[in-house]
Design a protein around this ligand. Structure first.
Ligand SMILES: NC(=O)c1ccc[n+]([C@@H]2O[C@H](COP(=O)([O-])OP(=O)(O)OC[C@H]3O[C@@H](n4cnc5c(N)ncnc54)[C@H](O)[C@@H]3O)[C@@H](O)[C@H]2O)c1
Length: 261
């Protein structure tokens, strides 16, 4: 195949097309969620920031200058809260263009010690919340025949629990599977649904992990380091932008090569 002329390449747009987009971010007070809030704010998007923690959430909303940001503090595992979140976004900004589902909890209880209630709590926190927020978002997006949803998996969903428990690994594999079902449903309506699966990222989520465990994960990562949350946020922003308009149903690994598919 012949290469396109340089003049053609020079016309490929670099504008991500996110100005004035209405972006809902769950887990917005967390490490990756906060980095996403900053990244979308740089693109002049309008933000609805959701998290359990009202104080941390208010601090993040305050970090986002020059943009309109709304804080929504509630527990997304509670029945009806996902619908309230999307309803609040529509009430404030008239529509929802993008949803980023970063809310989640880590869990490392060893398999023999894990009770069924504990297991269900992790699936509820990581899978059911993602499903409920996506379902509510699609109800708002489908009539407009446009939108983008980015879910967050994990390398643990690819490899099974190395240090993470089976509960967490299973929940993240489920998020990737859910993403594919959502993408099949939403695609015909002009809506992309994708999943970003990070490796080790320096956020509060890993702050309590034993140093030997962190060192071992870094040693197994060909880039020999953990990621900064901004390195995950930039990929999330890309996937939700016009630059990735034909990307749908992927699980995109952002793990420094820790796992290669
Ligand atoms: N940090 C890592 O190494 C890593 C690696 C792979 C995947 N991930 C995933 O990335 C996502 C973001 O993680 P992070 O590292 O930023 O963690 P984090 O703990 O800093 O942030 C998670 C945020 O989600 C919020 N949250 C949790 N449950 C909630 C609920 N029921 N309702 C509302 N908010 C809730 C928390 O309050 C917290 O602010 C998670 O889904 C996590 O599983 C993280």
């Amino acid at each position: 195949m012949t290469q396109p002329p340089i003049s053609f390449l020079a016309t490929i747009p670099m504008d991500l097309g996110l100005t004035d987009s209405v972006v809902v971010i769950t887990g917005a007070a967390g490490g990756i969620g906060t980095a996403c809030a900053r990244a979308y704010a740089q693109e002049d998007a309008r933000l609805v920031l959701a998290d359990l923690a009202p104080d941390r959430l208010a601090a993040v909303a305050g970090l986002v200058p020059g943009t309109q940001a709304v804080a929504f503090a509630d527990d997304l595992t509670r029945d009806g809260v996902a619908d309230e979140l999307i309803g609040a976004a529509v009430a404030r900004f008239g529509r929802v263009d993008i949803v980023v589902n970063t809310a989640g909890v880590y869990h490392a209880t060893a398999l023999p010690d894990m009770g069924a209630d504990e297991w269900r709590r992790i699936q509820e926190a990581n899978v059911t919340t993602t499903f409920q927020v996506a379902r509510a978002a699609l109800a708002a997006m489908v009539p407009r025949q446009a939108g983008s949803i980015v879910n967050i998996g994990s390398v643990a969903g690819r490899t099974g629990g190395l240090s993470a428990g089976a509960s967490y690994s299973t929940s993240k594999a489920a998020v990737a599977g859910l993403t594919r079902s959502l993408a099949r449903y939403a695609g015909p309506h002009g809506i992309n649904v994708n999943c970003v699966s990070p490796g080790l990222v320096e956020t509060p989520m890993i702050a309590d992990r034993p140093p030997s465990e962190v060192a071992s994960a870094i040693g197994a990562t060909p880039l020999r380091r953990s990621a900064q949350p901004e390195e995950i946020a930039s990929v999330i922003v890309f996937l939700s932008s016009t630059a990735a308009s034909f990307v749908n149903g992927v699980q995109l690994d952002v793990n420094g090569g820790l796992h290669m598919d």
